[in-house]
Design a protein around this ligand. Structure first.
Ligand SMILES: NC(=O)c1ccc[n+]([C@@H]2O[C@H](COP(=O)([O-])OP(=O)(O)OC[C@H]3O[C@@H](n4cnc5c(N)ncnc54)[C@H](OP(=O)(O)O)[C@@H]3O)[C@@H](O)[C@H]2O)c1
Length: 274
């Protein structure tokens, strides 16, 4: 029911050219780039953001006929999120794809705390602040679609990625709670839960000397397509790919200590060569 009324209101929200409007965070590469592509191909105009230059990606999205505003902002900061929101220039947001995030490998005691903090501020604080700003506006209008990029990492303690997995457990949980709060509001909330995906994530998280860093991974275009379709259907979540579905089912019935040891094999520094 909620989906149908959401769709019809979304139709009314199109601009004079009949185009819908989406915000995609972390759209410069990887899953976010592919999510923004799905939006552009499906007729959305875009506001895209990343922490580093994103103009080349924006040009790609324009190639699908989308009007694109691209900004650089650090979404770990309140100012960065405010700048992103201001760039929407009052235009009604039909879809928010809160995808920006990063990992951090190595042992917790060996990590620089500024990096740990940046991870938490990006993956959790900045994401929630943006969700609240855009979500309130969606609630006022009684329509909207939200996609949050969580992870199957949220199902298991992340030995040598402890803060990252914790941040994704937070987001997975938060997404379902927000969805339940917004039941019958006309807003749908979908959690995209990928497994290991071939993006710049592992290099940026300093995980290239690990088994997972060197393993064959999922195609970001496939992952994004499944996430986008789930968001448009208004599904609660999507675990992408059958292997990840199996892995998350196993995680549900395995003691946390065993999962933490299984994770070690994938992410322990130097595990790539063992
Ligand atoms: N790859 C995987 O195996 C995997 C699996 C499950 C979930 N995920 C999640 O998927 C999402 C996308 O990651 P990805 O794999 O596509 O990695 P990626 O290629 O490194 O892309 C990450 C994107 O997020 C942006 N970003 C990171 N921190 C930011 C910040 N503080 N402010 C603004 N933008 C920021 C990056 O922009 P800059 O380049 O400008 O920093 C980039 O556009 C993340 O939330 C990640 O946790 C990834």
């Amino acid at each position: 029911m909620a989906n149908t009324s959401s769709s019809s209101k979304a139709e009314q929200n199109r601009d004079s050219a009949g185009r819908r409007f989406a915000i995609v965070t972390g759209a410069s590469s990887g899953i976010g780039y592919e999510l923004a592509k799905c939006c552009a191909q499906d007729g959305f105009d875009l506001l895209v953001v990343a922490d580093e230059p994103i103009q080349r990606a924006a040009d790609d999205f324009r190639g699908f006929g989308a009007n694109v505003v691209a900004i650089e902002a650090d979404l770990a900061t309140v100012e960065g999120v405010d700048r992103l929101y201001a760039a929407s220039d009052g235009r009604a947001v039909d879809a928010l794809l809160a995808n920006a995030g990063h990992g951090l490998g190595k042992g917790f005691l060996d990590q620089d705390f500024d990096d740990v903090r940046h991870l938490i501020d990006t993956n959790i604080t900045g994401t929630l602040y943006l969700l609240q700003r855009v979500g309130r506006e969606m609630r006022r209008r009684g329509t909207g679609r939200i996609l949050i990029t969580g992870s199957i990492a949220g199902f298991m303690p992340g030995t040598f990625q402890a803060a990252y997995n914790g941040s994704k457990a937070f987001l997975d949980s938060f997404s379902f709670a927000l969805r339940a709060e917004l039941k019958d509001s006309g807003i749908t909330v979908t959690c995209l839960m990928p497994g290991a995906t071939e993006t710049e994530f592992f290099e940026r998280a300093d995980l290239m000397d690990t088994k997972i860093g060197q393993a064959k991974k999922d195609d970001p275009a496939d992952v994004a397509r499944q996430g986008y379709d789930a968001m448009m259907r208004g599904d609660g979540d999507v675990v992408t790919g059958w292997k990840n579905k199996l892995q998350s089912a196993i995680a549900n019935v395995t003691p946390a200590g065993v999962l933490a040891e299984m994770h070690r094999k994938q992410t322990e520094p130097g595990s790539a060569s063992r």
